[in-house]
Design a protein around this ligand. Structure first.
Ligand SMILES: *[C@@H]1O[C@H](CO)[C@@H](O)[C@H](O)[C@H]1NC(C)=O
Ligand SMILES: *[C@@H]1O[C@H](CO)[C@@H](O)[C@H](O)[C@H]1NC(C)=O
Ligand SMILES: *[C@@H]1O[C@H](CO)[C@@H](O)[C@H](O)[C@H]1NC(C)=O
Length: 812
């Protein structure tokens, strides 16, 4: 047995359906193989026949579409690219008596879609022997039958076709009969007995003859039947059908009981010899279930489900027999007409379930196949998808459609699509079916993070605590997972030559910006930084935003006196002519404040003066003017202690002293000319004096001693103004309560002066003794340790007096 099938011919041609994407080719491969091949036998090498490499087949997801064959019978061996037998084929079971028996397949290749027709023709082998429908054929022949009379013997059946089916009949040698072989309209061969020598019932009442039917196959097969002949006395007629062949058409799905046709045969004989009965001869079981035949009336009725798609033509052979067993045959051809009883079926051949959102328009993402088992118009299928989706259905080869993308996809807008494909056939009424396919759109990092605001600005009070959060930025990225996970960073930059990272830092996950150090409004009032938001895609996308940081002022600088110049070691003394009139400008205090705004708005006030009525100071100008005309009786040495205060909350203040000499002649004040600035131990002296005084008031002096010691521990004693004019205590106002808070005098503090006399002898005049309020005062007049020391430094010299007052009062 030749195992390998032969490749008969192949037609290859290409169709370009859509110029852009599809290269669809359609060719037909036809193989011819004998039936009953072993599993695994090679039918043909499709890879070679299509001019493809064997391994390309699996890469292109080659597969067979069985076109309605319930069993595939052949399959593709992906390794070799061959078509091999997967199931033993019995031609007779598959195709019955049809001469040509072919299995049709579609070979589907993807990327690009190609569909090739494959036809496997199954050739008959002589695997069936002829056989007769019964073991014995009974004939009753009258002895009066004349020479040449023929008796129908019927047809032996052989399931094979062509030369493998019954080709000849032979009859065993006998004296009376010869055999005549005829050919049917459908090519079948049947035999008749021909009487060659009259029978004599008296001589021989019964005969048995062996009839052999043989086919022409290799090997040759045969079947036999015994013809039992009974010799009768009388003559007889054969039943004759009213038509040589009956042809009817029957719609499929007709109900059970529908009359197909009524056959009738008449017999010229009378009585029992003329009674004709009908029966099916040689009907396969499958068909026998579908039709019934009334033995007497010859009426054929439908008894089962007639399905055009299963069988479109039935041939029923009917035998009419008279009472004596003389019979004749007729054929009834029932043609089934198609009804639109099958909705189209949609099968998904391939589908990309996940489509990247940046997939180009026109990309093939799926292949579907629609089929309708019905005929002609009923088979014309029209397939649609909803218009509002970014997909398109492209008719391709025959019943195939490709699904291609149309227009842009955006996962951030639509994450998935359920697309219902509807297929409708052309029948009346049309039938339709639908199938929903699911596409999910997968993410591509196509959205950069976007900040919620165009730019950010924030206000931070100076002297902020390092590490506090000062503002936060937020950017959003609609992409999926890491493609949408945003991280923040600060662009490197400089503020006043210092890397920006030493001022602020950002939390990469939250976008919260922290200060790294304390800001100083006096150093810089604002700065800006660029914050970068970056997603974690690959490659990442980013955007940036500007953050403005404004540092708001706090009142952390006290006023600084520029004039009278504090750093000038010689004492500033203004000489005022005696003839000064009321309202004249005598001097001016000039001060500045490093803060800004209200915190730098200065006001001037005379807090102490030798003659309170004599001079005034402009509250905001700092101009010192005579309040009245100066008279001879006024003291020539005038001392003014001036407080300069800013408008902050709380306010800060500084004091200074202005010395005025009322004289027309500078020579009158020789002491001023070479006044040395002694770093004398005058404060030691003062403590001695304080100790002396404390002896007189025991309790008080003890406490003072303690405070004096404490003062010594505080650091280097400050020099006390020495040798200037003495200011009578009576000129001090009882209190000045406007000043408040840190570093200033409280109204409740009664203080006393211990200024030196003008004699430079460091003698202290005790104007009033310390009282207990002073000692217990809880307010520190000294600066808080945090405060810059410059204030003290600046106020050295002429401002010494006020500072000394402060020190004494701080001796709690
Ligand atoms: C599609 O169907 C699936 C379930 O089958 C559902 O989870 C999804 O939300 C549907 N999508 C749309 C866009 O309707
Ligand atoms: C992120 O985007 C890239 C392409 O830019 C893609 O390959 C990846 O699958 C995406 N990640 C997720 C989690 O979707
Ligand atoms: C910040 O973003 C703008 C566009 O928004 C871009 O032109 C600029 O180059 C970016 N700056 C940096 C430092 O990346």
């Amino acid at each position: 047995m030749a195992v390998k099938g032969s490749f008969v011919y192949g037609v290859v041609f290409s169709i370009f359906l859509s110029p852009s994407v599809l290269h669809l080719s359609n060719s037909e491969l036809i193989y011819s193989v004998p039936e009953e091949l072993e599993r695994g036998s090679v039918v043909g090498n499709i890879a070679a026949d299509l001019g493809l490499e064997g391994k390309k087949l699996s890469a292109r997801n080659a597969r067979l579409n069985t076109e309605g064959n319930t069993v595939p019978f052949v399959e593709i061996d992906q390794k070799s690219g061959s078509l091999v037998v997967s199931e033993i084929v019995d031609r007779e079971e598959l195709c019955g008596s049809k001469l040509s028996c072919a299995l049709k397949y579609e070979l589907i290749l993807e990327k690009p879609l190609e569909v090739h027709r494959i036809t496997v023709q199954i050739q008959d082998i002589n695997d069936n022997a002829p056989h007769f429908s019964a073991d014995r054929i009974k004939l009753e022949i009258r002895e009066s039958a004349s020479k040449g009379t023929r008796f129908l013997l019927g047809e032996a059946h052989d399931a094979d076709v062509g030369t493998n089916t019954v080709q000849k009949y032979s009859l065993e040698n006998n004296d009376h009969f010869s055999l005549r072989v005829n050919t049917n309209t459908d090519g079948g061969k049947y035999s008749e007995l021909v009487l060659e020598k009259e029978l004599d019932r008296e001589q021989q009442q019964e005969l048995a003859l062996l009839l052999t039917a043989t086919d022409n196959g290799t090997p040759q097969r045969s079947g036999t039947v015994i013809i039992d002949i009974t010799v009768l006395d009388a003559n007889d007629n054969v039943p004759v059908f009213s038509q040589p062949i009956y042809k009817v058409s029957l719609p499929e799905n007709c109900p059970s009981g529908t009359v197909v046709v009524t056959v009738s045969a008449t017999d010229a004989d009378e009585g029992v010899n003329g009674e004709v009965t009908y029966e099916f001869s040689r009907l396969p079981d499958k068909i026998a279930r579908l039709f019934s035949l009334d033995k007497v009336s010859g009426e054929i009725k439908v008894t089962g489900q007639i399905d055009y798609e299963e069988e479109s033509v039935y041939e029923l052979r009917i035998q009419a027999k008279d009472g004596l067993g003389l019979a004749s045959n007729v054929k009834v051809v029932v043609e089934i007409t198609d009804m639109n009883d099958n909705a189209p079926t949609i099968t998904v051949q391939s589908l990309s379930n996940s489509i990247q959102e940046n997939t180009a328009s026109g990309t093939e993402v799926g292949i579907i196949n629609v089929r309708d088992k019905d005929e002609r118009g009923n088979q014309e299928v029209h397939c649609i998808i909803p218009p509002n989706v970014p997909f398109e259905l492209n008719p391709s080869i025959k019943n195939f459609y490709t699904i291609i993308t149309k227009g842009p996809l955006d996962r951030e807008l639509v994450e998935n699509y359920n697309i219902t494909i509807t297929a409708t056939d052309g029948g009346t009424p049309p039938l339709s079916s639908s199938k929903t396919i699911y596409f999910s759109i997968s993410d591509v990092n196509d959205n950069p993070p976007v900040f919620q605001e165009q730019s950010y600005s924030t206000y931070v009070r100076e002297n902020n605590k390092p590490g506090t959060s000062i503002c936060s930025v937020k950017a959003q990225d609609p992409d999926f997972r890491q493609n949408g996970t945003v991280f923040y960073d600060i662009f490197p930059g400089e503020v006043n030559g210092v890397p920006i990272s030493s001022y602020v830092s950002i939390n990469g996950d939250t976008g919260v910006i922290h200060s790294v150090k304390s800001f100083d409004h006096e150093q810089f009032r604002s700065f800006r930084l660029q914050v970068l938001a970056r997603d974690s895609g690959s490659p990442p996308l980013s955007s940036n935003v500007t953050v403005h940081i404004f540092i708001t002022d706090e009142n952390d600088n006290s006023p600084q006196i520029l004039y009278p110049a504090p750093e000038d070691k010689s004492f500033m003394t203004e000489v005022v002519p005696k003839a000064v009139l009321s309202g004249s400008l005598v001097s001016k205090v000039i001060a500045v404040d490093a803060d800004s705004g209200q915190n730098a708005w200065l006001s001037y006030q005379i807090v102490k003066s030798t003659d309170p009525g004599l001079f005034t100071i402009g509250v905001h100008s700092g101009e010192i003017r005579a309040q009245r005309d100066i008279s001879e009786s006024d003291s020539t040495k005038q001392n003014l202690i001036i407080s300069v205060k800013d408008n902050g909350n709380p306010p800060l203040s500084t004091t200074c002293t202005v010395f005025l000499i009322i004289s027309d002649d500078l020579a009158d004040v020789p002491e001023l000319k070479d006044m040395p600035y002694e770093q004398s131990n005058s404060n030691l002296t003062s403590y001695l004096i304080i100790a002396l005084v404390s002896v007189t008031t025991l309790f008080t002096s003890f406490i003072i001693l303690i405070f004096a010691l404490r003062y010594c521990r505080r650091g280097k004693p400050r020099p006390i103004f020495d040798g200037a004019v003495a200011i009578p205590s009576g000129y001090f106002p009882p209190n000045y309560g406007e000043l408040d808070g840190l570093g200033t005098l409280r109204s409740s503090c009664n203080y006393d002066t211990y200024l030196t006399t003008g004699s430079r002898t460091s003698d202290f005049k005790f104007v009033r003794s310390y009282n207990e309020n002073t000692m217990l005062a809880s307010h520190t007049l000294g600066r808080s340790p945090n405060d810059p020391v410059e204030g003290n430094e600046l106020s050295s010299g002429v401002t010494e007096v006020s500072l000394e007052v402060g020190y004494v009062l701080s001796l709690k």
